[in-house]
Ligand binder design. Structure first.
Ligand SMILES: [Zn+2]
Ligand SMILES: [Zn+2]
Length: 242
């Protein structure tokens, strides 16, 4: 299954004046660079999403969250958002079930979360306070991130990607949850910037896939030059330090 040539999700480079549309190569197991980076980004985002959902702040307002956690406000209770708590539970269950599936498939021990088990089952995330809930989630997402190369080579990699990134009507993934509980902003990462081949300034940065634009991009912040990643895959290295 690992010798597949094209991305198992059927991704393609769009048609351009100088080149026809063509399938993206499976450069990470069965996945293309964009799918791989999307999964990586999703795993990085999930603990923060859980924190936002569990803090019941509606919707993404980091300022309110900070105020509340630090007790800087007037102590007025934030309205309980039951939907958010349920969504956090569902997202956690989704992540936990993939950890179980991949631990079995790849024959790697699952992260030790014994302290959280009652009768060998994880109780709903709701039984944990805010910070432990986030830490428990981070243990699982970090485990997935650590094994991401093997996971990407799995026959279920495409399903994993879709379940975590987009999700389904009754079990939304990172895209939908980020719109409600996270930030849609596509911030430039502090990857080492590179010199722009057009304007000559050192303002070329890597923009990781986001819910705003699912395609990874390398672009100049000054003149808007965009690297054609289909022709210059060497720019993908910039995401490693992002
Ligand atoms: Zn792909
Ligand atoms: Zn430029």
């Amino acid at each position: 299954m690992t010798d597949q040539l094209h991305c198992s999700r059927g991704c393609a480079w769009p048609e351009k004046p100088d080149q026809p549309a063509h399938p993206k190569l499976a450069t990470h197991g069965t996945l293309c660079d964009a799918c791989y980076l999307r999964i990586t980004e999703a795993l990085r985002t999930i603990p923060e999403l859980i924190l936002n959902m569990r803090s019941q702040v509606i919707p993404a307002s980091n300022f309110e969250l900070t105020e509340r956690v630090q007790g800087g406000g007037d102590g007025a209770p934030v309205p309980l958002n039951v939907g958010a708590v349920d969504a956090a539970d569902a997202l956690f269950a989704k992540v936990a079930s993939w950890v179980g599936a991949f631990a079995e498939e790849l024959a790697i021990p699952a992260p030790s979360i014994r302290g959280y088990l009652v009768n060998n089952e994880i109780q709903g995330l709701r039984s944990f306070a805010l910070i432990p809930a986030m830490e428990l989630t981070a243990q699982l997402t970090k485990w997935l991130a650590r094994h991401i190369d093997q996971i990407s080579a799995s026959p279920t990699a495409a399903t994993f990607h879709d379940d975590i990134w987009e999700g389904w009507e009754d079990s939304p993934g990172v895209v939908k949850l980020s719109r409600r509980y996270g930030s849609e902003e596509r911030k430039p990462r502090d990857a080492q910037k590179r010199v722009c081949p057009i304007c000559g300034k050192k303002e070329v940065f890597a923009a990781a896939p986001s819910t705003f634009d699912p395609e990874p991009m390398v672009l100049c912040g000054l003149c808007n030059w965009t690297a054609d990643l289909s022709k210059k895959p060497e720019y993908l290295e910039m995401f490693q330090s992002a």
